[in-house]
Design a protein around this ligand. Structure first.
Ligand SMILES: *[C@@H]1O[C@H](CO)[C@@H](O)[C@H](O)[C@H]1NC(C)=O
Length: 259
């Protein structure tokens, strides 16, 4: 008898305790083949995630097939939210420890990445195996084009606190210039109403890695007289390179890798 015990319906409640609310979405996890959802021996998905999050497992294109359910449960369950919450709390403690510039000569800026940092593409990835499928730019860009990515509630909370403290927000994203309008609309609809700069990747950077592109953008920001007090992203390539800011903050992302 084939039990579909592992066909778990997960309710994605991307709504923080503090009130930012995203409508519930139900995503089905794929049933594992085999009676009782037998697991492939040898690979601990938790170890794999640890390796990924510490930038020790690099250069991968898809998550291990046997970790689809693990990653799905992590992303849709409470652990992803708790992990994100810890990081934004640390980030805000850091901000409070600084003496922020009051005279306006130096602008204190916070750099945020967009995808899986300020906006969540979880509704897309839930339909595409949480990273088990090879990235498909056509399909992903079609999703981006809907402008429906919800905010990561924790990042939105940090964003609001930063604004309240007079910190300027700069978004640096690997999204391309042709996605500017929809990205602006999406950010605003998700609750990010204002920003100092929205830096998207233009043709001059095509073929460059995210590390090269983002370092160059941050260098320019600093040359313009800004002080990068913090830099937050879900990829190490958001945080490595030059001009990384006073501190960097890594949000979880076990679904994909960008160099
Ligand atoms: C991306 O998805 C579309 C639609 O399913 C498909 O036609 C196309 O071949 C895919 N591209 C790649 C590179 O897999």
């Amino acid at each position: 008898m084939l039990f579909l015990l592992f066909l778990a319906a997960n309710i994605l409640v991307l709504a923080s305790a503090k009130g930012s609310h995203i409508s519930n979405q139900i995503h089905l996890l794929r049933p594992q083949s085999g009676s009782g959802g037998s697991r492939v021996k040898g690979l601990s998905c938790q170890s794999w995630r640890y390796g990924v999050e510490t930038n020790s497992v690099i250069g991968w294109k898809t998550i291990p097939v046997t970790c689809e359910d693990y990653v799905g449960h992590y992303m849709l369950g409470s652990q992803y939210r708790k992990d994100s919450n810890l990081i934004i709390n640390e980030a805000f403690l850091h901000v409070k420890s600084l003496s922020l510039s009051k005279n306006g000569v130096v602008k204190d800026v916070w750099v945020f990445d967009i995808d899986e940092t300020t906006l969540s593409n979880l509704p897309y990835y839930a339909q595409h195996g949480f990273g088990v499928e090879l990235f498909n730019a056509t399909l992903f860009n079609a999703w981006v084009g809907t402008g429906k990515a919800p905010a990561l509630p924790e990042s939105l909370e940090l964003y609001k606190k930063l604004l309240k403290h007079g910190v300027k927000v700069v978004f640096i994203t690997g999204r391309t210039e042709d996605q500017r309008t929809i990205t602006e609309t999406n950010l605003k609809n998700a609750g990010y109403h204002t920003w100092d700069k929205l830096l998207l990747k233009d043709k001059a950077f095509s073929g460059k890695t995210a590390v090269e592109y983002k370092s160059a953008q941050r260098k320019k920001l600093e040359e313009e007289g800004n002080r990068i007090i913090g830099n937050m992203g879900d990829q190490w390539s958001d945080l490595l390179g030059t001009n990384t800011g006073i501190r960097t903050f890594k949000l979880p992302d076990p679904m994909y890798y960008i160099s």
